[in-house]
Ligand binder design. Structure first.
Ligand SMILES: [Fe+2]
Ligand SMILES: [Fe+2]
Length: 225
């Protein structure tokens, strides 16, 4: 398992793996013109808690993932890498939104976020407590235990939720001006924009894994049945 020491410089991390360079970019940590700076120092100067950067590097780069894996392994990757992050970051973003002054443009973004977060929580809870255990059982006991119509309906409903979430993310990006921050913005505002950008990225990868990998595998099973 690869460890990203906080003492490593941004350029050393970017050199180690191109994916790491993209993650630094996601946090606005400029490895091209601040290459010799350590991750610790750069995060501190940018006002980003170091654990967010380190955990993101670790989540995306250290968790083994193979598109050919079993359903159970894919489900485990989705829950470990994405659901756990979502459960942790939603309350943190809600807390940061609480400090928003009334009457500002960001109030609309906050209202939209609160609705989106409620939908994400309901959807994720349903996946973890009902849908995913059913899929594990399906893999363990065989396709003949499956009601095709019911599963087809499930997939349509889940993918509708995903499409709604992607639509909300698009609106959120517009309402926040693309998560752009200025040097003189307050630290909490900067962190809020960075966490929203990170959440958007993570939800897109999360939904990609469910729609294009997990659900596609299930649709293939239905076709051969
Ligand atoms: Fe999910
Ligand atoms: Fe989902």
């Amino acid at each position: 398992m690869r460890k990203h020491s906080t003492k490593l410089s941004l350029s050393e991390i970017a050199n180690s793996d191109l994916r790491a360079a993209f993650i630094l970019e996601l946090f606005g940590l400029s490895f091209s013109d601040n290459g010799p700076m350590s991750l610790e120092q750069a995060s501190e100067e940018a006002g980003i808690p170091i654990e967010y950067v380190r955990n993101t590097l670790s989540r995306y780069l250290d968790k083994d993932f193979n598109p050919e894996d079993t359903l159970t392994a894919i489900l485990s990757n989705i829950v470990t890498v994405h659901h756990s992050f979502t459960w942790k970051v939603l309350p943190e973003i809600e807390r940061l939104f609480e400090g928003i002054a009334p009457g500002t443009d960001l109030e609309k973004a906050r209202d939209l976020f609160i609705k989106m977060a409620a939908n994400i929580r309901n959807h994720s809870r349903d996946e973890e407590q009902r849908f995913f255990p059913r899929l594990r059982e399906l893999e363990a006991t065989g396709i003949e235990t499956l009601s095709v119509e019911e599963l087809e309906e499930e997939l349509v409903s889940m993918e509708d939720d995903h499409a709604n979430c992607l639509g909300a993310l698009k609106r959120l990006q517009i309402l926040t001006g693309g998560y752009v921050i200025q040097d003189n913005d307050p630290p909490d505002y900067k962190l809020l924009m960075r966490l929203l950008r990170l959440l958007e990225f993570d939800l897109k990868v999360h939904i990609h894994k469910e729609n294009n990998l997990l659900h596609r595998k299930l649709k293939n099973l239905l076709e051969v049945k």
